[in-house]
Write a protein that binds this ligand. Structure first.
Ligand code: ARG
Length: 458
């Protein structure tokens, strides 16, 4: 294949070999080849529609593009660094294959609006894949919440046992976060789904183009309304990466809990063997590598967000070559979150919950102390006085290594005569969670209803 650059007319010297490699993007932007070809098909059809191309020329171009797509699919395509990027590699191959008609494809178009279109098309497809994977993860979390809707565990603040909660309620907290992430993703899709083609290099084009036609061909909901903005801004990439950063932040928090919970100190859950690894030296080890890696990968996604913001921060209008640097952070963000979501969705389907151990931990941590205070308030004690009374009872519990529910009625009455025999109803773990029976509360009854709502939203 000939690899002569399209701008040789203006130049007297060839590009320096190192500069050629330094400025090329084909090694990474070739992953958008399907979207580049889709954009070219739509552009060729539009040009024929407005009679800039004949229908014969259009058909020859479309035939050539089909063949090129097959060559690339099969791995038979020769990519050339001297042709810089995916766009020029494909265009050059088209001309080599079909001759003069191929030279007309770039009429009324520039690589500037072409690349902006490719990135939007590529991202739109990836968003759809990611949205489906996120839903699969949510489904598996909700299923787990349903299986464990009334399983008791300690709830924490400051990582200290605070109050008993249900495991189902805890899982649904993660689902809430992921639900918002999904909403942000779809919102980002709306703004990404806008057509730059027609903006040409920066100012538009002198040909009688029909942008509505191209938009319809490519399934774009909107048309970018200003040619300078369309070829230059990458805010939609930044928006996607900020969605991804929030998602990774949530998954990193979730990972932290899974890592803690699988430790023998907590012993709340078991992750399937296929999601863990052993140690080459310590035979007893089963390491939670998957959540640890997801937690670790969060950093690179945040890094990409900062890279992209910095990439755009001082660029004058319109297109600048700086923009070529948008792709690697975007692609790596996509790969990282797709991988993390996939492994998480698979892993959450196999979590084994150790009910006894969680119950024991909730029991040990005086988690019903607030319930005792609330009981005293109901019996006429001011909340601050009740807080003090319960504090003293907890101190006795610590000293004598007993839970509040293990004390005698006489002992408890020694702290306040507002305490009656029915106090033991509120000191049980089940009584404590069942009492928080309002929208957003941890009662098993509420968990069931929340699961229903969560499934409807999905
Ligand atoms: N490879 C380039 C990019 O990714 C394509 C656009 C090049 N445009 C230009 N005027 N040099 O941004």
């Amino acid at each position: 294949m000939s690899t002569e650059k399209p701008w040789t007319g203006r130049f007297t010297e060839p590009t320096d070999a190192f500069v050629e490699a330094f400025t090329a993007s084909v090694e990474f932007d070739q992953r958008m080849y399907k979207h580049d070809i889709a954009g070219s098909r739509a552009h060729a059809r539009m040009l024929a529609h407005v009679a800039v191309l004949t229908s014969d020329e259009r058909d020859v171009i479309l035939g050539g593009l089909d063949e090129i797509e097959t060559e690339i699919d099969k791995g038979d395509f020769q990519w050339s660094i001297s042709l810089e990027d995916v766009h020029m590699n494909i265009e050059k191959r088209l001309t080599d294959k079909i001759g003069d008609a191929g030279k007309k494809l770039h009429t009324g178009r520039s690589r500037n609006d072409q690349v902006a279109t490719d990135v939007r098309l590529y991202l739109r497809d990836e968003i759809d894949t990611i949205a489906a994977e996120l839903k699969r993860l949510q489904c598996n979390i909700i299923d787990l919440a349903e299986r464990e809707f009334d399983t008791i565990m300690p709830g924490f603040t400051h990582l200290q046992t605070a109050q008993p909660i249900t495991f189902g309620h805890h899982m649904l907290a993660w689902n809430e976060m992921l639900q918002r992430d999904g909403e942000r993703l779809l919102d980002c899709r709306k703004r990404a789904n806008s057509l730059p083609l027609g903006s040409a290099a920066l100012a538009g084009t002198t040909y009688p183009i029909d942008r509505e036609f191209t938009a319809k061909e490519l399934g774009f909901e909107r048309i970018c309304q200003n040619s300078l903005d369309a070829v230059s801004d990458r805010d939609f990439v930044i928006e996607f990466t900020s969605f991804a950063s929030l998602l990774m932040m949530h998954m990193s928090r979730f990972s932290e809990e899974l890592v803690l919970w699988t430790s023998s100190q907590f012993d709340f859950i078991d992750l399937g063997d296929s999601f863990c690894t052993g140690s080459s030296i310590m035979p007893q080890k089963k390491n939670p590598d998957v959540p640890e890696l997801v937690r670790g990968k969060t950093g690179r996604v945040y890094g990409h967000l900062i890279s992209l913001l910095t990439l755009m921060k001082a660029q004058p209008l319109a297109y600048n070559k700086d923009n070529q640097e948008d792709k690697e952070p975007l692609f790596d963000t996509i790969d990282t979150i797709k991988g993390s979501l996939k492994v998480y969705a698979d892993m959450m389907a196999q979590v084994d919950v150790k009910k006894e151990s969680m119950r024991e931990a909730a029991f040990r941590g005086f988690s019903t102390a607030t319930d005792l205070a609330d009981y005293l308030v109901r019996n006429g004690v001011a909340f601050r006085d009740a807080h003090e009374v319960v504090g003293k009872a907890v101190r006795l519990g610590v000293e004598s290594k007993r839970d509040l529910s293990e004390m005698t009625l006489e002992e408890l009455q020694g702290f306040s005569d507002a305490i009656k025999a029915d106090v033991f109803d509120v000191l049980t773990l089940e009584g404590s969670v069942a009492a928080r029976n309002h929208l957003g509360g941890t009662a098993p009854e509420q968990v069931k209803q929340a699961i229903k709502r969560a499934r409807e939203l999905l």
